[in-house]
Design a protein around this ligand. Structure first.
Ligand SMILES: Cc1ncc(COP(=O)(O)O)c(C=O)c1O
Length: 406
């Protein structure tokens, strides 16, 4: 197991804010030196566009960009040709929805989603269902947003063509049984798309073993830079699917009569100059996480979370929404105090959390509130930080929350 105190030294944000407690890792994670150094090295030593220059620095940039496909493939156990770089998980989910809606979905078909999904895995499907006439249904979830494969099986009929689900819920940390869902879905020729935004960087992902058709994530939620997302797709499906964006870098030929030939996947999805430094930084993030060990990261986070739950579950004023989930954020309300006021009070104590509906605006159907406070941890957090957090919570009353704002 890594030494968390040593690990913390890898993160300039932690060193520059020694008294701050950062529990908003579900929104974005801090970046270690190696990621920042990799991007700085690109800009200072070999800044060039990719796949168009024949000079040394351009060739070095080509190699570094291509190397990230290898790092991602190693991290999630897929083929390098299955790794597509886009802007974020939102872009990846939109690409999947658009690609499937265009050729796989028609009027009368059904797409299965869940009420715990982030906007990025709902709105593209909502919009396309209006254009194409397919239906959207929601799979049944329990009170802590966990899907039961047997209940899911009962929802499946011949009209269901696609299931798109978050592996780990960004609000409740519910971990969906994706491997089992893929097995059930594939027996019926249903495609499965996984929103891996809150799973990547927190647990080992094995794309081949899960057998999902698509797996999407954002680099910034796994110690990598902003502005880079990854779509992993089974190669034959990527080859069949049309890209959402067209332009330079992704076409093989085009002609005056308006016809064109696209490159093969993954390049055909990467129109225009990509976020080269971001992709290069992502490679460093993958290598960094693998050097700590994904199983070790996961085990440590589970330990942190159970310490957190033990500390707050018996506090009178706390309404806890996900005490039984084993990973992901701890989500709660303080009785009689508006979630944003709790977050404001915690901020006055140097603690960063998220409050609100966390972009999961129909989850209130399950938990009965659309305002909550989310404390999301990562492997550089400590039990001491949790203890300080709980002490701060104990000092919170309606008066103290109001005092912060007057
Ligand atoms: C489950 C889930 N899906 C999608 C997203 C969207 O991520 P991004 O803004 O990086 O596209 C998030 C962000 O919090 C998320 O938690």
């Amino acid at each position: 197991m890594f030494d968390v105190n040593e690990v913390r030294k890898d993160f300039p944000m932690i060193m520059n804010h020694p008294d701050m407690i950062y529990f908003d890792n579900g929104a974005t994670t801090y970046k270690p030196h190696c990621v920042l150094d990799a991007m700085m090295e690109y800009y200072t030593c070999y800044n060039s566009n990719i796949e168009r220059g024949d000079y040394d620095t351009a060739i070095r940039a080509d190699k570094a960009y291509a190397h990230t496909r290898e790092s991602v493939a190693k991290l999630v156990n897929c083929e390098t040709k299955e790794v597509v770089f886009l802007a974020n998980v939102t872009a990846a989910l939109n690409q999947v929805a658009y690609g499937l809606a265009k050729d796989h979905l028609k009027e009368g078909d059904t797409v299965l989603l869940s009420e715990a999904e982030h906007a990025s895995n709902l709105l593209p499907w909502f919009s396309l269902s209006k254009q194409k006439g397919f239906r959207i249904h929601y799979i049944p979830l329990d009170q802590q947003a966990n899907a039961d494969p047997e209940a899911l099986e009962r929802c499946l009929d011949d009209s269901v063509k696609v299931i798109s689900l978050a592996y780990v819920s960004n609000v409740l940390g519910s971990v969906q049984p994706i491997k089992e869902i893929c097995r059930i879905a594939h027996e019926r020729n249903i495609l499965v798309c996984v929103d891996g935004a809150q799973a990547i960087g927190h647990r080992k992902i094995d794309f081949k073993d899960l057998d999902a058709d698509f797996f999407c994530f954002s680099s910034h939620k796994m110690c990598g830079p902003d502005g880079v997302g990854v779509l992993i797709g089974k190669y034959p499906l990527l080859q069949e699917m049309d890209p959402l964006l067209l332009g330079g870098g992704m076409n093989a030929r085009f002609y005056a009569d308006g016809s064109y030939i696209l490159k093969d996947a993954p390049e055909k999805f990467e129109a225009g100059t990509p976020n080269i430094e971001g992709v290069i930084g992502l490679s460093a993030a993958c290598e960094y996480l693998m050097s700590l060990g994904m199983d070790q990261i996961h085990a440590y986070e589970k330990e942190l979370r159970s310490h957190f739950i033990d500390q707050i579950k018996d506090l009178d004023q706390i309404i806890l929404y996900n005490p039984d989930n084993l990973s992901g954020p701890v989500t709660f309300n303080v009785k009689d105090i508006f979630a944003q006021d709790v977050a404001g009070y915690l901020a006055s104590k140097g603690i960063a959390v998220r409050s609100g509906n966390h972009c999961a605006k129909i989850l209130h159907e399950i938990i009965g509130t659309d305002q909550s406070v989310r404390a999301s941890l990562y492997f550089y957090n400590t039990k001491e930080e949790i203890d300080r957090f709980v002490e701060a919570l104990k000092g919170l009353s309606l008066e103290s929350a109001i005092d912060v704002f007057i």
